[in-house]
Design a protein around this ligand. Sequence first.
Ligand code: NAI
Ligand code: MG
Length: 501
Amino acid sequence: MAAAVPSIESAAVGAAAEVLRFLSGPPKQLLIDGKWVNAKSGATFETINPANEEVLALVAEGDKADIDDAVAAARRAFETGRWQSMGPHQRARYLLKIADLIESHGEELAQLITLDNGKPIAESISEVGRTVDTFRYYAGWATKFYGETNPSAPALFNYTLREPVGVCGQIIPWNGPLSTISWKIAPALAFGNTVVLKPAEQTPLPAIRVGELICEAGLPDGVVNIVTGFGPTAGGALAAHPNVDKVAFTGSTEVGKLILQASAGNLKRVSLELGGKSPNVIFPDAPLEAAVAMSATGVFRNQGQVCCAATRMFVQERIYDEFADRIAAKANEIKLGAPLDRTTTMGPLVSSEQHERVLGYLKLARDEGAYAKAGGERGPQPKGYFVKPTIYTQVHNAMRIAREEIFGPVAVLIPFKDENDAVFQGNDTIYGLGAGVWTRDLSRAHKVARALRAGSVWINCYGLIDPISPFGGYKQSGFGRELGPQSIDLYTQIKSVYVKL
Ligand code: NAI
Ligand code: MG
């Protein structure tokens, strides 16, 4: 596709010199078998700065033919033992090297995240930090995943080996364009697999820069391949590929179902981290100031484009009005604006599609009779995909705005009577990713944490994620647990060996 040559200085206004250097020049390429190449079709697509709607760079548009090449390269790298037989200490060293390189290019990567995705720079800096932690965490696991010896009959010796799954197709979204790379690549590599990564078309740039750093770290060719492109073409080809052993996906529940169908052809392993509509339950004895502040962060961070965002706030009737006043005031304190400006606390949504989608839900909220206690409309900026942080009251749990994932800075406040009512309403959803409980009553906190059907529960806090602990969904929020030692199960398989003595 012919496209105007982007004016980088204007599209990336305020960015550092090394970022401008990265953005200028020829279109970004695919990383296949250790080399940077154009898409076979020659096609490219534009990646946009959502804060000013200008083109940041042209990027190779990979499709099935490029996925075929990337999978073949990953297969060779796996079968030749180029990676696995290097041994755990050496693999750990490579992961540590990648972590060091990401850390030392932290400011540059943070700016690239912010330019491509729109989140405020402070949030991108913290995303870089979490990414580095995750690579280091899995570097440690490379030397610590064990088989077992089993109590077999005297004339037999039986033991198990933990072996890599093989070639992993990894499809990631745009909301955490750097951190989701570490959630996927780091455990896959630690346990000896090879990878084909398909970044989201809205935010390809952080992945491409990480690809360069991976090359700089000196990983053997074909161990990590990166194919940028669109979902139905590049992503679909990867999910359906007969020579891919496992697919790991983060994104919408809708596409998660397609991935599962596509995987059936060769029965590849699947892990899915999907959407959410997470309940955050506030009891009258909650530490109210902290509850207001962290619930606001829990729903507004990353413009609300977070799978476990605290979008359904269940507030006990007696404190409903006070909580609503206070969280609406917090929403109104948020400074919406240019995300590279360090005083900005909320940037634009990622794309015009996401903007339209969220504005559609704001209209639906009016039609359903909700009251916008804060926000409820697009931002005042003439350019960019801004939406004001929004709090709705006069909502009940059966309304569509309380049931569907909006993926924008929008919370609904729903009253409840007592503990049972809170748990019942909280669980009345097709999703089960995150949940919050705010109370000073210790036994109630733990009881409610048990009763809520969600993969992560936060008591008197919200949205904390640490690579030491597993993350994933109940119900239609997906299956499989990433992070923590649980990802050993995602990226290894077990072989049982019998020896006749
Ligand atoms: P999406 O699920 O379509 O995209 C996520 C990734 O999947 C991207 O890399 C995309 O290229 C790829 N993809 C899309 N269609 C595919 C297919 N048929 N086969 C293989 N890969 C495919 O999400 P989208 O369209 O960007 O956002 C729509 C909604 O999805 C959001 O409004 C939000 O509700 C939800 N979402 C949830 C995320 C999460 O973290 N759980 C992340 C992104 C979106
Ligand atoms: Mg989509």
